[in-house]
Design a protein around this ligand. Structure first.
Ligand code: NAD
Length: 557
């Protein structure tokens, strides 16, 4: 077999339509979603197999990718393929309702769980970084994160700005795979977004996909334009080609205080993800290769200053929050004691949703036909008319979200809703109302699937932030319930040593077997989150548990 060195758009094109290239729809779905993750419309750097989040990969190298594809094609309907950090390592006999693929990415024994050790292993070709949905083959481009970011800014608008961001200036940085969602999420909430980004092609890419409105190369001109839009109450987004630190310094010099302030550079990864303000891009690329230790050192200095500037703007009145890239921890590691004086976005805005089992439910049409997603959109809006926030999102998403790769949709659904939606999708497939099966999954950032003390489980009511039994139980229960593929990752979002999390994907192929699996998995998966939050003492979670018969004590009565 000749192994590729670069992404080959013909060889790795995602199959679409209703014809199988594998021995069953579950294997087929895994194949299509793996290739979809690497589609140039979806992935940030397909030539390096990088999907998003700095260096989150879909497969360890091209040889591993070729072998995964070959393995999925021979995989029988009573077998499971094992993936170890992006490389296929075996096919074992299981049974028809077992997951067809079991994935473990970036796991290290806790005492070795740091970037340094990981990098040594990565250099030797023994590991890869799976991020969250990159290595678990259910990334759907920026839409996934637009929804989460939309929810966050909507919650901020409700809490601090009377329900809308109209007439507000919202400053942040990073227009990468996930950060690229920020401008659209802010304008969907009617605000002005001003976003620093050091790489011009990233700004251009967001303009092409209509997530971003305007590009500036001069900081002052960008600030002036943003202020003018704010004054006029217009929803506009501006990308400015500069380092985040320089933008914040200039705002302070001009005594301009944003209404909200956050950051989505890949600060979780000081070598690959963050560009120090003391280097140009070219210098950064060179130094990263030639002297990684010095690079990391400069990165840490820059992140400390970055957080200091954020704290200064917070003191002046900016509603400041960490958007899950662990920049506070980096600054603290560099000696900034008050780094955690601004909160993370989960305790600030998202946890109440987690307590109701709400989280990022997503699905993709394996047919490749956008009309299939239109059918599911209508169905979801008809099924849950009382979920007003969801309906508002769905209407805007239909209008403003350009599909990337396979047509897909996301909306946040809670306990009870997810299982109803999954079964209804299975009926659509069964009755031929859509042209091919539908694949359903979610982010690992969800109610019951992650332990991440600086992000999803920051400031838990009972102090159980670092307890990682929950994501492990989540992966086990989804395996037992018959998800189509299950993944267990380490270090996603916040970096090595900071998180353990699990992923789940399930295919609705219209069969009775699939219906039984969907009913189990889509009840148990969010159910884990309700149980986890009830156990931590959250009242809403306790109520949700009682309402949905997830309460152990009631069962034992
Ligand atoms: P990415 O690596 O694709 O993009 C990061 C971007 O930041 C790049 O475009 C890079 O050029 C830019 N950048 C780096 N340093 C910069 C600097 N100093 N100033 C200006 N721009 C700079 O990563 P991504 O997928 O967009 O994710 C960004 C970060 O946010 C990650 O740490 C990710 O884990 C985190 N994140 C968290 C959540 C969440 O749900 N909480 C969601 C999205 C992203």
């Amino acid at each position: 077999i000749q192994t590729q060195k670069r992404y080959d758009a013909v060889k790795y094109k995602t199959p679409t339509g209703a014809t199988l290239t594998c021995k069953g729809w579950v294997q087929e779905a895994a194949l299509r979603m793996l290739l979809n993750n690497l589609d140039p419309e979806v992935a940030e750097r397909p030539d390096d197999l990088i999907v998003y989040g700095g260096r989150g990969k879909a497969a360890r190298n091209f040889e591993a990718l070729d072998n995964i594809i070959a393995a999925l094609k021979v995989l029988e309907n009573d077998e499971s393929l094992l993936i170890q950090s992006g490389k296929p390592v075996g096919i074992l006999r299981t049974h028809k309702d077992a997951p067809r693929v079991l994935i473990s990415n970036s796991q290290l024994v806790p005492n070795w769980a740091n970037w340094k050790h990981f990098e040594e292993l990565e250099k030797k070709g023994l590991m890869m970084y799976g991020q969250m949905t990159a290595g678990s083959w259910i990334y759907i481009g920026s839409q996934g994160i637009v929804q989460g970011t939309y929810e966050t800014y909507a919650a901020a608008a409700d809490k601090d700005f009377g329900g809308t961001l109209r007439g507000t200036l919202n400053v942040t940085a990073g227009l990468g795979g996930m950060g690229g969602a920020q401008p659209l999420a802010i304008t969907m909430n009617e605000g002005v977004a001003l976003i620093a980004e050091v790489e011009e092609w990233r700004i251009d890419k967001r303009i092409e996909t209509k997530y971003l409105d305007e590009k500036y190369t001069a900081i002052d001109a960008a600030i002036d334009a943003a202020l003018a839009y704010k004054q006029q109450g217009m929803a506009k987004s501006i990308g400015v080609l500069c380092n985040a630190v320089h933008l914040l310094q200039r705002l302070l010099e001009r005594n301009i205080v944003p209404n909200t302030l956050t950051d989505q550079t890949s600060a979780h990864d000081p070598l690959i993800g963050y560009v120090p303000h003391t280097l140009t891009n070219e210098q950064a690329n060179k130094l990263r290769q030639e002297n990684p230790e010095q690079y990391i050192d400069l990165s840490y200095d820059s992140m400390k200053l970055h957080v200091e500037l954020m704290l200064e703007l917070q003191t002046k009145g900016a509603v400041t929050f960490d958007y899950g890239n662990n920049i506070r921890a980096r600054a603290k590691e560099r000696g900034l004691q008050q780094a955690f004086d601004f909160p993370g976005f989960v305790p600030a805005y998202i946890r109440p949703l987690f307590c109701e089992g709400k989280g990022p439910f997503r699905w993709a049409a394996l047919s490749g036909d956008p009309a299939d997603i239109a059918v599911t959109d209508e169905l979801i809006m008809q099924m849950f008319p009382e979920n007003k926030g969801m309906i508002r999102w769905m209407k805007m998403a239909k209008e403003k979200i350009a599909f990337q790769g396979l047509p897909a949709r996301i909306c946040w659904l809670g306990q009870g809703e997810r299982e109803k939606a999954g079964l209804a999708f299975n009926e659509l497939v069964k009755t031929g109302k859509v042209k091919a099966p539908i694949v359903i999954g979610r982010d690992h950032l969800d109610t019951g699937s992650v332990a991440s003390p600086n992000r999803e489980t920051e400031a838990m009511l009972d102090g159980s932030d670092a307890v990682a039994d929950w994501p492990l139980l989540n992966a086990l229960v989804n395996t037992a319930g018959g998800a189509s593929w299950v993944s267990l990752h380490h270090g996603g979002g916040v970096g090595m040593g900071y998180s353990i999390h699990a992923g789940m994907v399930i295919v609705a192929d219209g069969s009775e077997d699939a219906a039984a699996r969907l009913a189990r998995v889509l009840r148990n998966d969010p159910g884990m989150g309700v149980i986890r939050h009830a156990d931590a003492g959250y009242e809403t979670a306790k109520q949700t548990a009682r309402q949905h018969h997830l309460d152990l004590h009631e069962r034992l009565k």
